[in-house]
Ligand binder design. Structure first.
Ligand SMILES: C[S@@+](CC[C@H](N)C(=O)[O-])C[C@H]1O[C@@H](n2cnc3c(N)ncnc32)[C@H](O)[C@@H]1O
Length: 277
C-alpha cells in the first residue's frame, strides 16, 4: 500500500483536530489560555520597549497602549486587506507614534487606509496629512485627516516640532523621501518597502534605492540585480545619484524587528530612520 504521510502524522502528531474553523478578526492568529497569553504579552512588551530604547525613545510603552492597539484594530475596516500595511508593522507604527507624540504626521501611500487608521487612533490629537495619487481604494474616510491627492514632494507641509513623523508606504525611492523629509524639518521617518537584496524578489515595486541598500556599503555604482516576478524578469541598477545623499542626513537607522513568533501577524520591510538636526 502507498505510504500516506497524513495517516502516519495523524497517528503520531500531538495536535488534535477539534472541529470546524472559527471566525476570528484578521489580527487574531491564535487563542491561548489566559496565563500563557499574559506571559506572551509581557514578553511582547519587553521586546517593544527594548526596540524603543534602542532607537533612542523613552521606552514607556505600556500594556494599556498594547490593548488600545488591539481595540483600535477591531474597528479598522482596512486591516489585512490586500496591499495594506502588515499587522506587525501597524503594531509598531501605533506604538512608535504613541511614544513620539508628534504634532504632525505625514503619510504618503494611503491605499485602503489601514496604516492611516492606525496613526489616527495612536495619536488622535496629531495633525494628520494623507497623500496619495488616487483615493479610490480608501475604505473609510476618517475625520480630522487632511487628504491631499498629489505627491508630497510637491507640497509644502513642514514639521512643526522635533517629534513630528513621516511615514512612506508609496513604493517610491526611500532615499528621495528621506531627503525631502530632512528638507522639510522632520527628524523621524519610517520607510516601508525597504527590502535587502534577498528580499527584493518579493517585490514588483521595491522603494529603491531603499534604506536597506544604504545601511551598509554593499551597493556601489552600477551594481545590478535581476529577478523573476509573476512571469516577468525585472532588473534594478543602483545609481549613487538616486540616493540623493540621504546617508549624509541620517543619524541612525533601525529595521523593524520581526514580531511574528509572538503575535502570529505578518512582518513588513520597515525602517525607522532618525535624521540629523
Ligand atoms: C501599498 S499601498 C499603501 C498601503 C497603505 N499604507 C495601507 O495600509 O492601506 C501603496 C499606495 O501608494 C500610492 N502611491 C503610489 N505612488 C505615490 C506617490 N507618488 N505619492 C503618494 N502615494 C503614492 C498608491 O496609489 C497606493 O495607494
Amino acid at each position: 500500500m502507498a505510504y500516506n504521510m497524513f495517516t502516519a502524522l495523524n497517528a503520531t502528531n500531538l495536535v488534535q483536530d477539534i472541529g470546524l474553523a472559527v471566525p476570528e478578526p484578521a489580527f487574531i492568529k491564535y487563542r491561548a489560555n489566559s496565563a500563557l497569553h499574559a506571559r506572551v504579552m509581557d514578553e511582547l512588551l519587553t521586546y517593544v520597549r527594548n526596540f524603543m530604547t534602542e532607537i533612542g525613545l523613552p521606552g514607556t510603552t505600556s500594556i494599556n497602549d498594547v490593548e488600545d492597539y488591539f481595540r483600535a484594530m477591531a474597528r479598522n475596516r482596512a486591516f489585512g486587506a490586500p496591499g495594506t500595511t502588515p499587522g506587525n508593522s501597524t503594531f509598531l507604527l501605533f506604538l512608535l507614534a504613541r511614544e513620539l507624540q508628534p504634532k504632525v504626521i505625514v503619510e504618503s501611500g494611503v491605499w485602503a487606509g489601514s496604516s492611516l487608521f492606525t496613526f489616527r487612533h495612536a495619536v488622535p490629537e496629531a495633525k494628520l496629512f494623507a497623500f496619495d495619487l488616487d483615493f479610490g481604494a480608501l475604505l473609510s474616510r476618517l475625520e480630522n485627516v487632511d487628504y491631499r491627492q498629489h505627491d508630497w514632494g510637491t507640497d509644502d507641509v513642514r514639521a512643526k516640532g522635533p517629534s513630528d513623523l513621516c511615514f512612506f508606504d508609496d513604493h517610491t525611492n526611500n532615499c528621495r523621501r528621506v531627503w525631502q523629509s530632512y528638507e522639510r524639518g522632520f527628524k523621524h521617518v519610517i520607510c516601508d518597502d525597504s527590502p535587502d537584496i534577498g528580499e527584493i524578489p518579493d517585490f514588483r515595486y521595491p522603494a529603491v534605492p531603499s534604506i536597506s541598500m544604504i545601511e551598509n556599503d554593499r551597493w556601489v555604482e552600477g551594481d545590478t540585480v535581476e529577478w523573476n516576478w509573476h512571469g516577468r524578469r525585472l532588473r534594478y541598477v543602483f545609481r549613487d545619484e538616486d540616493t540623493f545623499g540621504a546617508k549624509t542626513v541620517i543619524k541612525s537607522l533601525h529595521r523593524f524587528p520581526s514580531l511574528k513568533r509572538l503575535t502570529g501577524m505578518e512582518d513588513g520591510y520597515h525602517y525607522y530612520v532618525r535624521l540629523k538636526d
